[in-house]
Design a protein around this ligand. Structure first.
Ligand code: B16
Ligand code: MG
Length: 227
């Protein structure tokens, strides 16, 4: 485990870490699953967290035993339909959807001169960050459209460190999703899992919710692991 003093940057997931938009993604997929006749479950919702748009659609179709029922063109249409559902839900998005303590945490790390990047799978993430009034804190954002592989592949978190000109071991990644924690770990960074610790048991550090995410708590967690 790295020492807290080695850390120079933080790489953020967006949906479910900075904003509660993961519930909007889930609702938008749920609407589509209902239309396709695929039963929506909590298990499916957890598997989809952090996973990109087309991969999510394929997982839903596979879950419902319908993977071979649609052509590629039809799937592109279905994914666009989910995005339309999501964009409608985003219309009312504002600062009140920032998860508890996250604006304060981001301000605090910026004040302490840590570098900050975004590693969201969402093509809508620049728009969401703007609406939340948080875009100016980010030194760099990974464009998910430029990636070959989605989470859980490490690529997005590898890039999250590269865009800050930092080495992986100098970075902490923050995630609410199983796929995201795997991606951080695969990139050789320190992973913070936010949410159910049983689900996110592969994370180096676990916090039950975003209000626990502070520099002091991260330092304590890293120091205690070393003892
Ligand atoms: P879009 P994150 C992920 O964002 C969401 O968790 C996931 O539910 C969504 O399917 C994915 O982005 C793609 O989003 O359809 O807007 O491109 O958690 O990586 O910030
Ligand atoms: Mg997420």
């Amino acid at each position: 485990m790295v020492k807290f003093e080695q850390i120079k940057g933080f790489i953020f997931d967006l949906d479910g870490v900075i904003a509660n938009t993961s519930t909007y993604h889930a609702e938008a997929w749920h609407q589509l699953a209902d239309k396709l006749g695929v039963t929506w479950t909590d298990d499916l919702a957890n598997q989809l967290k952090g996973v990109g748009r087309m991969d999510s659609l394929n997982m839903i179709l596979e879950y419902g035993g319908k993977l071979n029922d649609y052509t590629e063109d039809e799937k592109i249409q279905l994914a666009a339909e989910k995005n339309d559902n999501y964009l409608k839900l985003l219309e009312t998005l504002d600062k009140s959807q920032i998860l508890p303590g996250m604006e304060e945490f981001i301000e605090d790390i910026a004040d302490h001169n840590y570098l900050i990047s975004l590693a969201s799978s969402s093509k809508n993430s620049p728009r969401v960050l703007e609406k939340l009034g948080l875009s100016q804190y980010f030194n760099a954002k990974v464009d998910p459209a430029t990636l070959k592989h989605g989470k859980p592949d490490p690529e997005i978190y590898v890039r999250g460190a590269e865009v800050l000109n930092l080495r992986p071991e100098e970075c902490i990644g923050l995630e609410d999703a199983i796929a995201g924690v795997k991606s951080i770990n695969g990139a050789g960074e320190t992973s913070v899992g936010i949410g159910d610790a049983n689900l996110l048991h592969e994370a180096d550090i676990n916090f039950a919710n975003t209000s626990e995410v502070t520099l002091a708590n991260i330092k304590d967690a890293l120091d205690s692991v070393r003892v």
